[in-house]
Design a protein around this ligand. Structure first.
Ligand code: NIG
Ligand code: FE
Length: 412
């Protein structure tokens, strides 16, 4: 099946296959071709160029996208979209004055979601989660990472990972699975941290390995959750099973999570709302991608990741949603890109780089996703007719996407 797109007003994020991420000043550059064509062969990008160089081809269908912009689908490298029920009551409790941390210390928060998850059948959670996956695909996401972390028991964690695997089998969107058993200490282990860590390492990890249920390992490294030493113990155990780390750090406090991530060659360190100079320094020249989650800052009214200071220091930055029932009940990458521009002072070019190629890097998918490159997946956003790509963040809240293609197929 060959599809030809013609008269593309601007084809964004056109890159050579050698580019796996962009850092610092390079983030301000978004390579593009104006008045372009693009050829899709089956699930891959086969060719592209300027309209006046279009080759003569026999194709199955031609789509004229006059006035519209084409870009790679969003790469959302941090989500928790498998969960049961919701936490809208906690949302109202926060409006009435309680903080996220106060709600958690009363047994709400992650433990509340864990209780719901363990009381709900695997099929029911699958049905609830697939609606969220379908929604984000329609919103232009073509690759996503999904975490466990609302089980906090052997059975609950494995159940979540099996659901992620089932989603990945049944949907064209590319999915990476992350084991986040270290999301919170269950009540019965509040005074026996090592007991719970042993359960994660000795019981759950070997089972995950046996059934190939995860690609990455995550820990919520934060005051009141997992300490830096506990985080290190868990990610080193994950490494023994071939799982690279992608960790939650510096959401509320800078306690050394970034350092432990970098020293242990984490693929990404995520959240980063509270960054000190040392945290920025240690990330320089590392292989670890910093990931910002502006919808979480928006929803919880906490500081935004200091993107300007980080990019100006030469770092790369990725953007993701953090879609979860507690801190970010939204999987809209368009809102993330707009909020990064509006609140974090990223330029549209920087935000789009962060939400595509750098997001792909942050989940180990930059060889197949994140740019318009021959041989990468034909996962594309076709916008409505717009004046320029600046409109994507500028007209925040409007849906400017007309069509989404994932692996060469139109998503309706
Ligand atoms: O990334 N911070 C830790 N985990 C999630 C929120 C979890 C929850 O509240 O359910 C996050 O924000
Ligand atoms: Fe998260």
């Amino acid at each position: 099946m060959t599809i030809l797109l013609i008269n593309i007003k601007e084809l964004l994020q056109v890159r050579d296959s050698s580019v796996s991420k962009v850092c610092g000043r390079d983030m301000a550059v978004l390579p593009s071709i104006k008045n372009a064509y693009l050829v899709i062969k089956d699930d891959l990008i086969a060719d592209y160029g300027e309209m006046h160089n279009i080759p003569s081809l026999s194709v199955d269908s031609t789509i004229d996208v006059q006035g519209k912009i084409v870009l790679p689908t969003w790469c959302d490298s941090h989500t928790h979209i498998v969960y049961a029920g919701d936490r809208s009551q906690e949302f109202v409790d926060r409006i009435n004055g309680l903080s996220y941390e106060e709600i958690a210390s009363r047994g709400g928060g992650i433990l509340n979601s864990a209780q719901k998850l363990n009381e709900t059948t695997e099929d029911k959670i699958y049905e609830e989660s697939k609606l969220r996956l379908e929604e984000i695909m329609r919103l232009g996401t073509g690759a996503v990472e999904i975490k466990s972390g609302y089980g906090l028991t052997v059975e609950g964690e494995l159940k979540m990972l099996r659901i992620i695997k089932r989603l990945s089998k049944n949907y064209p969107i590319s999915i990476k699975a992350t084991f986040l058993g270290a999301h919170a200490f269950p009540l019965k282990y509040q005074n026996d941290h090592q007991g719970y860590i042993d359960l994660l390492i000795k019981e759950i990890l070997p089972e995950i390995h046996r059934n190939k249920l995860a690609d990455y390992i995550d820990v919520f490294c934060e005051t009141g959750y997992f300490s830096v030493a506990e985080t290190e113990q868990i990610i080193k155990a994950g490494a023994q099973f071939g799982l690279k780390a992608k960790i939650h750090v510096n959401q509320f406090n800078s306690i050394g999570g970034v350092q432990v991530g970098v020293y242990n060659h984490a693929l990404s360190v995520d959240h980063l709302e509270m960054m000190q100079k040392e945290d920025i320094e240690i990330l320089k020249n590392s292989i670890t991608m910093p990931v910002a989650l502006p919808s979480c800052s928006y929803f919880l009214s906490i500081p935004y990741t200091p993107a300007r200071a980080m990019i100006d220091a030469g770092l790369p930055l990725a953007l993701a949603t953090d879609f979860n029932p507690g801190s970010t009940p939204s999987g809209n990458m368009n809102f993330v890109v707009a909020t990064a521009c509006i609140k974090m002072k990223m330029t549209p070019e920087e935000a789009i780089n962060a939400a595509t190629i750098n997001g792909a890097y942050a989940m180990g998918l930059s060889a197949s996703h994140g740019s318009i490159t021959i041989g990468k997946k034909a996962s594309l956003i076709i916008t409505k007719p717009i004046t320029s790509f600046y409109q994507l963040p500028y007209a925040f809240g409007s849906n400017l996407i007309e069509t989404v293609l994932i692996n060469g197929k139109i998503i309706s």
